[in-house]
Every structure is written in C-alpha cells, then in structure tokens.
Design a protein around this ligand. Structure first.
Ligand code: ADP
Ligand code: MG
Ligand code: ZN
Length: 305
C-alpha cells in the first residue's frame, strides 16, 4: 500500500463513506464570460485584462459568451445529461474583496445540463457516478497576500480572472471510496480534454476539485454530517485528502464527537485537512434571477449541432 491509500483503521469497518464531488473548470474561450476582455494566460501581469464590466463598475451590463454556453451543452451531451428548453442566470450574493459586484452571476435552478453520469474502471471494477448538474458561472478575481516595503501585510486584488467562464459539475453523493474520487476526477478531465472544452490543468487552477465527505453506519440509509474539502492540487491529493478525511471523521465519530458542517482545506505537506470556515447554506446567498440578462432559449437545432 502507498500512503495514498492509508491502511483503514478497524473503525472503518463500521462506517461507509458517502462522497459527492464538485468540479470547477475553466472552459476554453477567447473572451471572458460576460465582457469582451481576452481570457488572460495565468502568468499575465496583474490587472492587464480588465474592463468596466469585469471590474463590476456601476452602470455596466453583461453580455453572454455563446462559446462558453456551447461548451457546457457539449459536456452535458457527453455525460448523457439533458438541457432545459429555457435556462436563465441567477445572482449569488455575497461580500468578498475578490467579488466587486457583491454577487456572482451563476445558474441556480435551471442549469444548462442535468441528470448525467460517468462510468469508469477502478481496481474493484467499473463504477457509475450520477452527475446532478453542470452549470455556467463567472470566476472571481484573485487575492494576493503579500508583504509591503516595511514588512506590513498587504492584500492585493488581481482582476484578470474576474468573470473568466467557469463550468461547475456536481455529482450525486454516489462516490464511496477515495480511489473512486480520484478516478472520477481523472476520467472527467480526460472527457473534458477529449471534447475540447477545457485544458483542465489542476496545477494552475483551471480544474478545481472539491469533495463533500460524510460517513454513515454500514447498512443504514441516512447521511451523516458532511464536510467540504478544498485545495487539492493534483489527482493524488484528491485521493489522499478524501482518505484522510474519512479516517478523521471515523475517529471523531467513534469517540462520540458530533461533526460540524464545515469547509476544510487540504495541507499536502502535513497530509491532513484543517478547518477553513463553518459552511454557509444556499439560503445565505439569497439567489434571485439576474435582471440584466434575458432567459436563454435553447432551440433544438442549436442543441443538435
Ligand atoms: P452546496 O451547494 O452547499 O455545495 P449541494 O447540495 O449542492 O450543496 O451538494 C454539493 C455536493 O455534496 C454534491 O456533490 C452532493 O452530492 C454532495 N452531498 C450532499 N450531501 C452529502 C452528504 N451528506 N455527504 C456527502 N456528500 C453530500
Ligand atoms: Mg458546495
Ligand atoms: Zn472585462
């Protein structure tokens, strides 16, 4: 056994892992999601690819990038998902310095693709994972934490990434092992590359994988409290992080602890997850339909193409 598949503690015989995976991936387009700025190379100098729209200045209006929509529709077709006759955009409201408008334009209840699946091999045989949805949204800007000339701590904002098109792909809670989680991410990347939708490089953040992990007593139905694990920068990290989180939760539950629904980060050097924040609920985002964009009608001819 390698350290990517830690030896299960005896306690793990009692618990079954329930895992759902969320992948954000940058879809390949020349321009950004809602403006005419070029999508910058990750190494571009900060704030060289911005305009009033992706800086979130008041009075600006977004326009929809057709190519980005087509990439999500193509992904939906490749995973056997269905597209709605009409979709729309929704505002996800929250405050953070990397989000100048105070909301992200996303899709809430009418995603571009729904009810798909992905089948792949694992060391224990083939597995099919249900895919709940794939939708389109805009990326946030990037915060850079640096030290100033006198050593004071500075936080800088780079708006190059603001409004770059992102597809979010969410599975059903069908994943059961750390290996399945890694294999799902690997197969999804192969698929995205094969249909030419994304380069999906994990190393530079074009593909970001998050795993929702909970445990339940084997042979029982109800799901336990989940944590969401982020900051995994390789497929190996996905497997190690999920394996670690399963063991951590099993150990906690075995000592009678109650878990909290929280967001945890993965520290690849320590080989452990750590608390980032207590999880927000979707109600906290006060989603509502984006008034600056019309609903999008997906006619059959466009879908067929
Ligand atoms: P959010 O929008 O808060 O991230 P969702 O309900 O959309 O929450 O679920 C996100 C992911 O978590 C999905 O992949 C889903 O399958 C998975 N999930 C939901 N409940 C659980 C649970 N109890 N344990 C593990 N994964 C879960
Ligand atoms: Mg989530
Ligand atoms: Zn712009």
């Amino acid at each position: 056994m390698t350290d990517a598949t830690p030896r299960p503690a005896a306690a793990l015989d009692r618990w079954e892992a329930v895992i759902g995976i969320e992948v954000h991936c940058q879809v390949r387009t020349a321009s950004k999601m809602f403006c005419a700025c070029a999508v910058p190379h990750p190494d571009a100098a900060p704030n060289t690819h911005t305009c009033p729209v992706c800086l979130g200045l008041p009075g600006t209006l977004p326009t929809i990038n057709r190519r980005a929509v087509e990439h999500v529709l193509a992904t939906g077709a490749a995973i056997g998902a269905s597209a709605p006759a009409t979709t729309r955009w929704d505002r996800k409201n929250y405050f953070y310095p990397d989000l100048p408008k105070g909301y992200q334009i996303s899709q809430y209840d009418l995603p571009l693709a729904a009810h798909g699946s992905l089948t792949f091999d694992t060391s224990a045989g083939p597995v099919t994972i249900g895919i709940r949805r794939a939708h389109l949204e805009e990326d946030t800007a990037k915060l850079v934490h640096a030290a100033g000339p006198d050593g004071e701590r500075l936080s800088l904002v780079d708006f190059n990434r603001s409004s770059v098109p992102l597809m979010e792909i969410v599975t059903e809670p069908d994943v059961r092992t750390a290996e399945q989680a890694r294999r799902y991410a690997e197969e999804l990347r192969l698929l995205l590359r094969a249909i030419d939708v994304s380069d999906a490089e994990m190393e530079n953040g074009q593909m970001r994988v998050e795993a929702n992990v909970s445990l339940r007593l084997r042979g029982t139905e109800p799901f336990g409290t989940r944590t969401e694990v982020k900051n995994m920068n390789s497929f190996r990290a996905v497997e190690r992080a999920v394996a670690h989180e399963i063991e951590r939760q099993a150990a906690a539950l075995d000592t009678g602890e109650t878990l909290r629904q929280e967001t945890r980060g993965w520290d690849d050097v320590k080989g452990a997850t750590y608390v980032m924040r207590v999880k927000e609920d979707s109600a906290d985002y006060r989603y509502f339909p984006e008034p600056d964009l019309p609903p999008l009608h997906l006619d059959a001819a466009w879908l067929a193409r």
